[in-house]
Design a protein around this ligand. Sequence first.
Ligand SMILES: [Zn+2]
Length: 276
Amino acid sequence: MRAHMTFSGRKAAGAVAIAAAAGVLSACGSGGGSSASAAPPSPAPTLAGASSTSPSQGSLAGKVIVIDPGHNGGNASHPAIINKKVNVINAMKPCNSTGTATNDDYAEHAFTWDVANRLAKILRAKGAKVILTRKNDKGVGPCVDERAKIANRAHADASLAIHGDGAPASGHGFHIIEPAVIKGHNEKIVPESRKLGLDIRNAFHEGTGIPYSTYLGKKGLDIRSDLGGLNVATVPAVFIEAGNMRNAGDAAKMKSPAGRERMAQALAQGFVKFLT
Ligand SMILES: [Zn+2]
């Protein structure tokens, strides 16, 4: 998302013009113009190989997991709301952003919503209590600080924000974003978040075969101090940029229901590793 901000200016003048006209600051890619073509999430398929144990006996029984599907379908048409500044501990930042999209307009918010719901279904079948930070893919927000606070208030054992990146088309692969230390605020959760990030990175890499990002981070891991969703967290929290939506190969995987199911299954394995 740092990359998004850097490259959006020279990537797609048209999209940037739309975003600028709408007053929208996009954290994930060039953003803007994607709301009209947002595809609804596909229904999650029947779970193959799901455990036959009841949820109360599942391996994640008693665990609380918060999943944050990045952005929201109504953000692009509500710039005044999502550009309002919120406190992210070390800065004031826009409430939210539109997110990016593939070149043929499969929107990031639709991608994150679909993967989050697939993941929630898998985790619930394993006995976890799963909370999503938004109720549908048509609303506005919530703001980035509120997304973190939802996990904090739930005393989540782990939380994950799901995003798709909007980097230059030549780059591909996924990366995890872990919290930097924000002195006096999140020291306690940084070590656990690093472990969560490693477990999810390993599981995602192994389960999907998607390589580590070729354009950002180190071995699929990045650390940032500018994300409200991480700065405000008082429970273990990481982000995943599951692929580069502007790259043709990554976009094909992200647009495919089977690809998204593989991602969800892999992410679930990461939570199992971290929480058991
Ligand atoms: Zn995003």
